[in-house]
Write a protein that binds this ligand. Structure first.
Ligand code: FEO
Length: 393
């Protein structure tokens, strides 16, 4: 499918995989985007696809090139959802030359055993002229792995951005944002960022700074739609906001509950916040909600309440799982309240506070603890905690 100039979309949809990276739910699938530049002086493939889709991928390449060989494969990112077809592409196009940086080279050797003489190890800012298109390579480490880079076509302003600006969700009919209803992809971009890139706020900011000098007219990421026009501004704004930890007014209440006591308290926290005037309140039962949706909401809203019971001398597992995930992400600007019950030995709140030493959120009010059943006084304290979370200092 021709996108612009001599650039074709040759990516594939994965509507089979249940969880991305074995972790993150994919209710609408995911696309692995690859781009083929069939230019005058040379042909260039930009990234490949998950190896399970190689026959379909090869068919799309051949539809564009017929018997013409591929001269170069640009490897913007080595995670196997994009690099997985390198070995097979080399088998079908034995003279293809890989283009990557020093770290790509190490990973190609590590994963696929073969960086060859003649492959191009490029440095930041190096260029490649193809006839119509002219490519410049920018190193953007940790967006998403250390070797990650982006490729910019100065002729048509096309940015091949790797994972950056990508979304969960397979493509329905067309890759261009102007040819589809792109509305459902925006929350999926936030969920993708929260799950995949949420740890890397500082490298994302550094990457955005590097891109700010470019005249970008099309963003071709490795997942989800190709962004044009206002889609470019919105994608970059989304990344800036999430990398800087800018949040909207709102509260996320996350809890785990075995027999309903912690749930009662969670509901009371939400009620207290609503009575204090907060409108955007999301409540997640962590035994039910999938982690990527919870993380996306945490990145979206400024206040967070976390509650769970003591369990096996520690914290209830689904609550501890969320805290572990948050401790590895850039969410320190949040206001936080904790609540937890116990039957004979109090450990839950203690564990939550220990995690907050890593998360470094601003603790609001006193953590709420109760022994065994909840009383009206416990619920009243929970409502007060909710009201405190709803009120900015
Ligand atoms: Fe889509 Fe980091 O791989």
């Amino acid at each position: 499918m021709l996108l612009k100039g001599k650039v074709y979309y040759v990516g594939v949809n994965d509507r089979v995989k249940h969880r991305f990276e074995g972790l993150w739910l994919l209710p609408q699938g995911v696309s692995y985007n690859s781009y083929l530049i069939a230019d005058e002086k040379a042909t260039v493939l930009v990234d490949t696809v998950d190896v399970a889709f190689f026959p379909e991928f090869l068919g799309k390449i051949r539809e564009v090139l017929n018997d013409r060989p591929i001269d170069y494969l640009v490897i913007n990112h080595m995670e196997p959802d994009h690099s997985g077809s390198i070995s097979l592409i080399r088998k079908y196009y034995p003279n293809i030359r890989l283009i990557g940086n020093k770290k790509t080279m190490e990973m190609v050797n590590g994963f696929y055993g073969a960086w060859r003489d003649g492959d191009l190890c490029i440095a930041d800012g190096e260029t490649l002229e193809l006839g119509h298109h002219n490519l410049t390579f920018y190193l953007t480490p940790m967006l998403h792995w250390p070797e990650t880079m982006m490729t910019f076509d100065t002729t048509d302003g096309m940015l091949f951005s790797g994972d950056a600006f990508g979304c969960f969700g397979a493509l329905n009919g067309h890759p261009l944002d102007t040819c589809i209803d792109a509305t459902p992809f925006w929350p999926e971009m936030e969920r993708y960022y929260a799950a995949i890139l949420g740890k890397f706020g500082s490298p994302v900011k550094a990457g955005l700074k590097k891109l700010s000098k470019l005249d970008i007219r099309m963003i071709c990421s490795t997942h989800g739609p190709v962004w044009t026009g206002e889609g470019i501004t919105r994608a970059i704004d989304t990344y800036s906001r999430m990398a800087e930890g800018r949040t909207a007014e709102g509260l996320v209440v996350c809890y785990g509950s075995m027999y309903g006591h912690t749930q009662q308290v969670a509901e009371a926290v939400a009620e207290g916040a609503a009575e204090a005037g907060m409108k955007k309140i999301v409540v997640h039962n962590l035994s039910v909600s999938a982690p990527s949706y919870v993380l996306a909401d945490v990145f979206r809203y400024e206040a967070l309440a976390i509650g769970g019971p003591t369990y096996n001398g520690g914290l209830y597992p689904v609550v501890e799982d969320l805290l572990k995930r948050l401790a590895g992400r850039n969410v320190s600007a949040h206001r936080l309240a904790c609540f937890g019950g116990f039957t004979w030995s109090s450990q839950a709140v203690k564990t939550m506070l220990a995690y907050n030493e890593k998360m470094r959120m601003q603790l609001v009010g006193e953590p709420l603890e109760w022994k065994q059943g909840t009383s009206e006084s416990t619920l009243e304290q929970a409502r007060k905690l909710g009201a405190l979370l709803a009120t900015k200092a």
